[in-house]
Design a protein around this ligand. Sequence first.
Ligand SMILES: *[C@@H]1O[C@H](CO)[C@@H](O)[C@H](O)[C@H]1NC(C)=O
Ligand SMILES: *[C@@H]1O[C@H](CO)[C@@H](O)[C@H](O)[C@H]1NC(C)=O
Ligand SMILES: *[C@@H]1O[C@H](CO)[C@@H](O)[C@H](O)[C@H]1NC(C)=O
Ligand SMILES: *[C@@H]1O[C@H](CO)[C@@H](O)[C@H](O)[C@H]1NC(C)=O
Length: 399
Amino acid sequence: MAELYSGGMAKAAFLCFILFFLLTCFEGTLGRPLYPLPSQQGKDFKPLQLFRPFNIAHRGSNGEFPEETAPAYMRAIEEGADFIETDILSSRDGVLICHHDVTLDETTDIAEHKEFAERKKTYEVQGQNMTGWFVVDFKLEELKTLRTKQRYEFRDQQYNGKFQIITFEEYISIALGANRIVGIYPEIKNPVFINQHVKWEGGKRFEDKFVETLLKFGYRGEYRSEDWLKKPVFIQSFAPTSLVYISNKTESPKVFLIDDVTVLTEDTNQTYQEITSDGYFDYIKGFVVGIGPWKDTIAPPHNNYLSTATDLVFKAHARNLQVHPYTYRNENQFLHFNFHQDPYDEYDYWIKVMGVDGLFTDFTGSLHQYQEWTTPANGNKSASDILKKISALISHRNG
Ligand SMILES: *[C@@H]1O[C@H](CO)[C@@H](O)[C@H](O)[C@H]1NC(C)=O
Ligand SMILES: *[C@@H]1O[C@H](CO)[C@@H](O)[C@H](O)[C@H]1NC(C)=O
Ligand SMILES: *[C@@H]1O[C@H](CO)[C@@H](O)[C@H](O)[C@H]1NC(C)=O
Ligand SMILES: *[C@@H]1O[C@H](CO)[C@@H](O)[C@H](O)[C@H]1NC(C)=O
């Protein structure tokens, strides 16, 4: 705690970071990392914690800052994230960027850019017609002229219009620039759509460019290998064929995301029932180390109270698959009544009762505080522990 929250100093450093970013943004540095590539050689960084479930900062600390921006990621690192999470899409000119939606409408000021008015289009995405400004119709240089905004109106709006969309490489640079080991958790987002609309030299696919980027920055090795511990990564996707396709290109651990019970997989058109069957888990475990289900499909809410949980976590654990559910959010409208409007109660349920292995949260700071109180990194200095030691000492003497 003290290390991560060293008060005024950390805040000042953080503000400097933001200032630096604003300056760099308006200078218009395009297509190259905002930071020089940091060299971690020889530095003795605080390692990734492995004794409690992973704190995965969903789109950065997007509860506080516009999602997937540099300040959202830096804030998440400051707040104690084990991993910073992102969605990878591509610009028209084939540069991989961090952005969740295939359209720019909800989280940028695109509507105010008259010069792009006629780029509004309708495309079929996952079997449905969607209208908007699509990232695949803009070059990186054009995307960089946009400014991001907060998705939810009930969250802090003061950073709207301040930050740019960042590239995959800029995002990696932020993780590697941290003063401790911070993992990355990038998603191969909408690969069917991206491969339809963006073409790369030599017939390369979106997935090829994605893996090339990770390898370029030294992300390699199996889960918990020496290489992985230096640069931890989980590759995630809702598209099983993308995960299978990259299986021979990288040993980095992969996580299969599972959507709502009514959504079919975008590539193989499979139902929730099919992809959560025993047979499918037996197949996919050959390619992934875990699954990332939506939490409300495991313990479906009824009248906003959780009903009995399904055996999904048990089935996954029985096959040595980790379970990283999404998405944990502090606001009342996202908390089921069982949790008494208290996000810590929700974490308590998912960590202690359900036994999940990682949590995607919009509020990394809250999950970090919860974990520091319940499972502190500095060992057990609790009264009960001291009592145990005394009783052990006494029984030793008596024996
Ligand atoms: C999308 O719109 C096009 C053009 O109007 C139409 O041909 C197509 O059937 C529509 N697709 C879906 C899934 O509704
Ligand atoms: C990966 O390589 C092995 C051995 O060469 C091969 O049998 C397998 O089909 C490959 N898998 C994929 C998904 O390409
Ligand atoms: C996907 O599967 C559903 C039923 O599971 C079927 O109705 C639909 O036609 C299929 N779509 C494609 C593109 O195969
Ligand atoms: C602290 O105690 C708990 C419960 O006894 C145990 O699960 C956990 O591993 C301990 N943590 C450390 C760092 O020893």
